[in-house]
Design a protein around this ligand. Structure first.
Ligand code: NAP
Length: 255
């Protein structure tokens, strides 16, 4: 009996499988199905490549990880009964998942790519799950990072912050590193410094129990150079730039 099944084995499924393997899930406890990539993953990682129906039957929890517009086609000939189904399909509601699969044990999730290193943040909304399925989903999702129950109406906002957010953090690191280079640092060194600074600062903030606003003041002494930089960010309306980009992201996802 496989623990976890994946129907669709693209970027997101592979990120999740990497995260599970890194947590010590044995490859034979993961079953995968897809037209071509599943067989390659079986060879490369030792997971089991099966048909989609076999994956459902063999798994405690089956992840749907193909493209959202494939939902009706892929599920048309599959029998889920009341198996636990976890979807990562962006924009597909719990109700649509119940209709497509016939299962009433359904979780809609929105993971971000950081699940690959067990540092993901995943939004989820569910039907009323059995106690056993709640435990199975809890085990699964917490191996990949943090899982947060989010009302479905807030999935688009969550997606802009957590789903697209990693790209925006990479953009900030890139800008920080480029500024370092402009001020005389070597390229590689500037990137290493900027990356470790963001990583360490996020961990410091998470450990502090303080707000990000308060933590800025702990670094910036009055009249000091960091305060001069923060004041410059404010004059350039940095917060408004970020808010504008997030609005563009949210509106694009609803287009
Ligand atoms: N990428 C992200 O950061 C991200 C974030 C949140 C949510 N999502 C969601 O994750 C889902 C997958 O996205 P992705 O980026 O991983 O896409 P992707 O890399 O394009 O992967 C799509 C997968 O679907 C498989 N597939 C195609 N036809 C199939 C069929 N008939 N039966 C079973 N599998 C089939 C493909 O198989 P082959 O490889 O064998 O062709 C491929 O493995 C989407 O619904 C997306 O909304 C993605």
């Amino acid at each position: 009996m496989a623990k976890y099944g994946f129907i669709g084995t693209g970027n997101m499924a592979q990120a999740m499988i990497k995260g599970l393997l890194a947590q010590g899930v044995v490859p034979s406890d993961i079953a995968v199905a897809s037209p071509t990539t599943a067989a390659k993953l079986a060879q490369a990682w030792g997971v089991q490549a099966l048909s989609a129906q076999q994956v459902i039957q063999a798994s405690d929890l089956t992840v749907l990880a193909f493209l959202p517009n494939q939902l009706a086609d892929v599920t048309a000939n599959l029998v889920f009964e009341d198996q636990l189904v976890v979807s990562v399909l962006a924009g597909v509601s719990v109700d649509q998942l119940v209709t497509a699969t016939g299962s009433h044990q359904v979780v809609r999730t929105l993971p971000n790519v950081n699940v690959a290193i067990n540092q993901g943040v995943t939004a989820f909304a569910t039907t009323t799950l059995t106690v056993a399925n709640q435990a199975i989903f809890h085990d699964f999702s917490t191996q990949l990072g943090t899982a947060i129950a989010v009302p479905e109406a807030q999935f688009a906002a969550f997606s802009a912050i957590a789903g697209s957010g990693p790209a925006y953090v990479f953009k900030f690191i890139d800008a920080l590193a480029k500024a370092g280079v402009a001020n005389g640092l070597a390229d590689d060194l500037a990137t290493t410094i900027a990356t470790q600074t963001v990583l360490g600062s996020a961990q410091m903030l998470a450990a502090s129990g303080q707000s990000a606003q308060v933590m800025q003041d702990t670094v910036a002494s009055p009249g000091g150079s960091t305060r001069a930089g923060l004041d410059d960010f404010d004059q350039q309306e940095f917060d408004a730039v970020v808010a504008h980009a997030i609005r563009a992201t949210v509106e694009h996802k609803h287009a």
